[in-house]
Design a protein around this ligand. Structure first.
Ligand code: FAD
Length: 478
């Protein structure tokens, strides 16, 4: 096997595949090193009791941008396969500790604009939202709306908490903004103002949190399969079942990657003057693939912070013997458990057919998940199993109240644990970080790598892929 390439990419998730496809389009020889038997990362579909479904990642990207405004749409369109999206109606339900036998509902209406946001927090937190608080919040949103992306980038060293302290007086408005910070993945003392303003500043214009699914198939069908075919058709090499162990460095330059072949159990060496690390950066550091000396002190500190915020998510799948949940009605219901504060939740449900999961005839596939990741969220890998079971029981009881028969119809339930939302890798960062190693020439970062200012969740991958591509091309040409 040829072991020499121009570029080596560690990780075959959407991050690795998107940069790989751009390089392949330009005729650059590259290989993707992926430890699993298949590509896709956290966009991989799972097979569940005869169904095929997304695992965890359900709405492609930005919650506060319309589908066509997302970087994902722009990137995939430029590759020749624009995603077909459908925006899904959704509702939030609340089960509170004080009143565990009742479920209350709230839905966003895009026509109501930013008022939705205020009502949403009044609903979730139980805090009254009188006119002065609304006005104070409106003022804060206007400032965010007027802060350009460039300005946001300059404000990444300002914590959201200190910004609130300086700019908002009304105590309720303050509390709401503090409660909103975890929407970005971490508390207000950790999230920076730039990141928050860049995302939430668009909320007044879009008018509601939007959730959307691929119109046909799931994330794997919409993003991974076409990108993988594109990459391979243009000469990209896919090396699956290979776990990157370390990056080879010589005289301050990237030289290649040492790989463990999971099948032969042999160590292999691949060489290239450019290496792109496209796995979650805190994982890369924890596993010693990236060493602290490849980073500045700031970077190393930021990554340490990310690692502390990294939790696991619990994903649940239910197969129902009968169609208990009507096909009409909200596509996605999100159930808060106010024991744990906003916006942590016990779970949500989503009917599989909505995002074209393959469902056995006459049966329903219900998908739910309990997110970990918020600092005070008790769900995660280290959560005692009893607590997980209790949370699921509360979730199932709440669904049963709305759709009697649900509990009886469950034919099969399954659960998986996933590495948390990649967004922590950027939301928590106290400083501006980039896509290139400051110390090692030819070493770059893609995918869920740290970036301080960007849009929601995985949309950042597609936002950064073009500048990353240009940076690498310049380096190769020089
Ligand atoms: C439960 C859940 C829900 C989410 N919901 C959404 C959502 O609704 N919308 C959204 O936009 N985003 C969502 N995300 C985030 C999204 O999944 C990530 O932002 C995205 O997958 C990051 O892509 P990536 O390519 O950087 O990393 P990944 O998708 O993690 O891909 C990394 C790849 O690298 C491989 N790898 C890891 N270590 C090594 C190694 N040592 N050697 C070789 N290969 C390695 C992995 O197997 C994997 O294939 C969600 C994530 C989770 C967990």
């Amino acid at each position: 096997m040829v072991n020499k390439f121009d570029v080596l990419i560690i990780g075959g998730g959407p991050g690795g595949l998107s940069i790989g496809s751009l390089l392949a389009r330009e005729g650059v020889s590259s290989a993707i090193i992926e430890r699993e038997p298949t590509l896709g990362g956290r966009y991989r579909a799972v097979r569940f009791h005869g169904c095929r479904s997304d695992n965890g990642v359900r709405m492609p990207t930005a919650m506060v941008r319309t589908p066509k405004e997302t970087y994902m749409y722009k990137f995939l369109s430029s590759m020749g396969f624009p995603p077909e999206a459908k925006v899904v109606d959704w509702t939030m339900g609340k089960v509170s500790k004080d009143n565990p036998n009742r479920i209350e509902y709230f839905s966003m209406d895009p026509k109501k604009g930013v008022e939705n946001f205020f009502d949403f927090f009044a609903f979730g937190s139980g805090l009254p939202m009188e006119k002065p608080s609304r006005q104070a919040l409106m003022k804060a949103f206007r400032i965010m709306e007027d802060t350009s992306e460039e300005e946001c980038r300059k404000l990444v060293n300002v914590t959201f908490a200190s910004w609130i302290e300086r700019n908002v007086e009304d105590p309720i408005a303050k509390a709401v903004l503090e409660l909103a910070a975890p929407l970005m993945g971490a508390p207000a003392t950790v999230v920076n103002y730039g990141a928050f303003a860049n995302v939430m500043g668009t909320f007044p214009r879009v008018g509601a949190l939007l959730f959307w699914y691929p119109r046909k198939g799931n994330m794997e069908d919409m993003v991974i399969t076409p990108l993988a075919n594109y990459y391979k058709d243009r000469g990209g090499k896919v090396l699956t079942n290979r776990r990157a162990r370390s990056i080879l460095i010589e005289k301050g330059r990237a030289k290649g990657v040492v790989v463990h072949n999971n099948k032969t159990r042999f160590i292999e060496e691949y060489s290239a003057p450019v290496v792109i690390c496209a796995i979650p950066i805190f994982e890369a550091v924890a596993r010693n693939i990236l060493r602290p000396e490849f980073l500045t002190k700031d970077w190393a500190k930021a990554i340490e912070l990310c690692a502390k915020l990294s939790y696991e998510d619990l994903t649940g799948f239910y197969l129902l013997r009968e169609e208990v949940i009507p096909r009409k009605g909200p596509g996605w219901v999100h159930i808060f458990d106010s024991d744990y504060g906003l916006p942590t939740y016990v779970g949500d449900w989503c009917v599989g057919s909505l995002y074209n999961a393959v469902e056995p005839p006459g049966k329903q596939l219900i998908y739910s998940y309990i997110p970990g990741g918020l600092p005070d969220t008790p769900f995660g890998l280290t959560t005692p199993m009893d607590a997980v079971k209790e949370a699921n029981r509360r979730w199932e009881t709440a669904v049963e109240k709305v759709f009697p028969g649900f509990a009886k119809a469950i034919e099969f339930r399954g659960m998986t644990l996933q590495l948390n939302w990649g967004r922590y890798s950027w939301a928590a960062v106290p400083t501006e970080l980039d896509m290139q190693s400051p110390n090692i020439r030819g070493l770059y970062f893609g995918g869920d790598t740290i970036r301080s200012v960007t849009s929601m969740v995985s949309d950042k991958i597609y936002q950064m892929v073009f500048p990353l591509f240009e940076m690498i091309m310049k380096y190769i040409r020089s």
